[in-house]
Write a protein of this length. Structure first.
Length: 523
């Protein structure tokens, strides 16, 4: 169909409803055109959505789309014009410095918009044969479109991504697609498919989903789309929260620093002056008084970032029932990255607030390598402790997973290292050296492949724990020290948040309430 015939057909005022199909007819379509109602796509375009053209020909490869503009001259003939920067004109080929160039020349008298005929066209080729083509055309001011099919129909093929099915693939009708999108939000794909098949009373079976897999795929794609939108919104919300916390750093006693580093998630340092005074009193007062370790642990699932919290025991208080000193929350660090540079910034801030203390604190943690490295750099005079529970768990895992040692042999080796009379329980260096020889004999006998790991990781850590025990005066023995205090505080935080991820500012305020609540109990 020529452009003149197309425009004449779409502008024909004598068209009747019988001439215009509600949708593109089903059946074989070869070298033929159809007029159909395009009102739904006109509304979609007005809402910024792309057009959807359904037929039963299978899958199409979308080609180009274009918009052309025409005027009717005084002789009644169509004249194509161009539009550029909201101006109409013509394109002429000119020569500049001996080279041919295309030049747009705007009309001096711009035509009235109502006199300009705007034609939209969409081109597609069939996936099975590029010789079979479809062209959809419609006017700017019309709700009727023309679908032209050119060539011989090659038949419907299986889906291009299918590896097993031989079933011919047909697209889902737009109305059915929208209905399925709504239903899969609340129902399983199989239930949606069965419901739509039962509800389909039209003789045109294609109004129902062609297959269960298409419903499943649609549910999956919709879920991914929602996750992408949620992630984008979450990022925007996170940025807003960081800005709020940056403002709070100037006014709120708990928010000390909001740290921005290149290519890293912003991090937040939280503590009060009262917490720092407590740490100086209970963790940094040696040798004048007994001290308690200041330990750190990283927790998860509290929000969009990790929370590393410090804990210590309040040596001025004793629990009425257990007769133990209560665990108090220390400095907190909210961070998205867990590398050395990130932890270094946090511990540098803590160290700067403890620089005038009587002694350096005893620092405890688990085997978080980046964290421990940052601790040692910022607290060079501090004695370090490493959780023996984590050491034992990691050693057991290495014996089983890396070395393939049987359970009975593992028990013998672990007993020599972590048992009641094992290496970790030694309280003197002579005892430690003797039990080290015993442990190595057991390892050589039952798990020789474990020796390298033991010497590099476990032995060095246990020796460092003993050195801390021998050179410090702690209120409670640090022999076989564990990071259980931090684990208990982590559980407290999770109960505080009901085990649900929190928005950043909400999390900070809840942590502040917890800290202030502990301060109020002392006062």
């Amino acid at each position: 169909m020529s452009i003149e015939q197309l425009i004449n057909k779409l502008q024909d005022k004598t068209l009747e409803n019988d001439d215009v199909h509600l949708k593109i007819p089903l059946g074989v379509k070869e070298n033929h055109y159809f007029l159909f109602n395009n009102e739904e796509n006109v509304k979609r375009k007005a809402g910024g959505l792309h057009s959807r053209f359904f037929d039963d020909c299978g899958a199409w490869v979308s080609g180009s789309s274009n918009t052309a503009y025409f005027l009717i001259n005084s002789e009644g003939h169509l004249r194509e014009i161009m539009r550029k920067n909201d101006e109409f004109g013509v394109v002429k080929r000119i020569r500049v410095d001996g080279k041919r160039k295309i030049d747009f020349q705007a009309f001096t008298d711009q035509p009235d918009l109502d006199s300009v005929i705007t034609v939209h066209r969409s081109y597609s080729k069939h996936t099975k044969s590029s010789e079979y083509k479809r062209r959809i055309s419609w006017l700017q001011c019309s709700n009727v479109a023309v679908a032209e099919y050119i060539g011989n129909f090659p038949g419907v093929s299986v889906h291009g991504n299918s590896t097993k099915s031989t079933r011919p693939y047909t697209r889902m009708q737009p109305a059915s697609l929208d209905k399925v999108k709504d239903m899969v939000k609340h129902k399983a794909p199989r239930q949606v498919y069965q419901d739509l098949i039962l509800l389909d009373t039209d003789s045109d079976f294609s109004s129902a989903p062609p297959s269960l897999n298409q419903v499943r795929n649609l549910k999956y794609n919709e879920k991914k789309m929602r996750e992408k939108v949620t992630e984008t919104q979450s990022r925007a919300n996170f940025c807003d929260h960081i800005q709020t916390l940056a403002s709070m750093a100037n006014t709120h006693e708990f928010v000390q620093h909001v740290i921005h580093s290149k290519s890293k998630v912003p991090s937040v340092v939280l503590f009060t002056k009262y917490q720092i005074k407590d740490i100086q009193r209970f963790c940094c007062s040696s040798p004048q008084a007994f001290v308690t370790p200041l330990s750190f642990d990283k927790t998860f699932n509290l929000g969009e970032c990790h929370v590393t919290l410090g804990v210590y025991k309040n040596l001025a208080l004793v629990h009425r029932d257990t007769r133990n000193h209560p665990i108090f929350i220390g400095p907190l660090f909210i961070h998205g990255n867990s590398d050395f540079q990130t932890f270094h910034l946090f511990f540098a801030i803590i160290a700067s607030h403890l620089v005038d203390s009587s002694s350096a604190p005893i620092i405890g943690s688990d085997e978080e390598q980046a964290m421990r490295k940052a601790m040692k750099v910022n607290f060079p005079k501090s004695y370090m402790l490493l959780c023996t529970r984590h050491l034992k768990a990691n050693a057991s895992s290495h014996l089983s997973d890396k070395c393939g040692i049987a359970e009975q042999q593992r028990k013998i080796v672990l007993e020599a290292i972590f048992g009641v009379k094992g290496l970790a329980a030694a309280d003197e260096m002579l005892v430690f050296d003797y039990r080290e020889r015993v442990a190595k004999e057991k390892i050589n006998e039952h798990a020789p492949s474990f020796m390298s790991y033991f010497e590099k990781r476990t032995l060095a850590a246990l020796r460092e724990n003993l050195i801390t025990h021998l050179n410090t005066s702690t209120a409670q023995s640090v022999i076989k020290w564990t990071n259980n205090n931090s684990e208990s505080a982590n559980s407290l935080l999770k109960l505080l948040t009901n085990w649900q991820p929190q928005q950043l500012v909400d999390l900070v305020l809840k942590l502040y309430d917890l800290v202030k609540g502990q301060e109020a109990e002392v006062i």
